[in-house]
Design a protein around this ligand. Structure first.
Ligand code: ADP
Ligand code: ADP
Length: 222
């Protein structure tokens, strides 16, 4: 269970991106739905401890995230909207690099990397440079790196943005698969993605929570 209480964030230029956000999110696939500019990325960066809120608290499985960001980092996988990669590194080398940054030991990360390459269907391009990957391959790589260390909380900022329909479907199937034992929080502005993938949805607009609850109830056809 991920609990946010009264989260506020105003950027230095005066833009209020998060206006008293309080949410309780359950395990499984959860959608964060809202139009562009609603505050989705700001909330996700806050959850990933990349940006401090002005006020509020966040707990995940009873751990206070903002007070113990290091404890969280081991449990967290984050896929930003724009995932920068070192242009000269192969897929495999980059995964090793990220595993080391996450503090994993070689004996642990080597078998994990093999498993994740297979899961994301990237084994055949493990020695190719990520910078040359297609959009869909790059997102699957992003998921592989997010899953390193077997985190219990995965945060993905618009993971299917820019993908063609086939790439989207294969990525969506992968997301459903990994959300069975974890909380996967996925931001999107596409209602259909939430209907197809998520069991719980939080709807935000202009930095405020509009609704949060069961997808079947909230998004049922009128
Ligand atoms: P979304 O992900 O839903 O599109 P964002 O969290 O990116 O929303 O943005 C929410 C609001 O905050 C927007 O008005 C955006 O322009 C603004 N914003 C986002 N990041 C910054 C920033 N670093 N500095 C100033 N304003 C920002
Ligand atoms: P998203 O669609 O996820 O909201 P954006 O394109 O809005 O992404 O933001 C990309 C980057 O630009 C982020 O790091 C965000 O903080 C920054 N940013 C967005 N809006 C503003 C803004 N109004 N002023 C300064 N930085 C911004």
């Amino acid at each position: 269970m991920l609990t946010m209480t009264n989260i506020n964030k105003t950027y230095p230029d005066g833009t209020c991106a998060l206006n008293n956000i309080s949410l309780n999110l359950p395990t499984g696939m959860v959608g964060l739905l809202g139009p562009n500019g609603a505050g989705k990325s700001s909330l996700m960066r806050t959850l990933a401890c990349l940006q401090a809120p002005d006020s509020g608290s966040i707990t995940f499985d009873d751990c206070n995230i903002l007070q113990h960001p290091d404890a969280l980092r081991a449990q967290l996988g984050y896929l930003p909207q724009y995932f920068g990669v070192y242009p000269n590194m192969s897929c495999q080398a980059l995964l090793v690099h990220i595993a080391i940054l996450k503090g994993l030991r070689k004996a642990d990360y080597q078998p994990q990397i093999e498993r994740l390459l297979a899961l994301t269907n990237l084994t055949h391009v493990a020695n190719k440079k990520v910078v040359n990957f297609s959009g869909g391959m790059r997102q699957r790589f992003g998921i592989a790196q997010a899953l390193l260390g077997n985190p219990k909380l995965i945060i993905m900022d618009e993971p299917t943005a820019g993908l063609d329909p086939m790439e989207r479907e294969s990525l969506n199937n992968l997301l459903v698969d990994i959300s069975k034992r974890r909380l996967v929080l996925l931001s999107t502005h596409i209602v259909e993605d939430v209907e197809n993938l998520c069991h719980h949805v939080a709807i935000i607009n202009k930095g405020c929570v509009i609704e949060s609850g069961d997808v079947q109830t909230l998004l049922a056809p009128l």
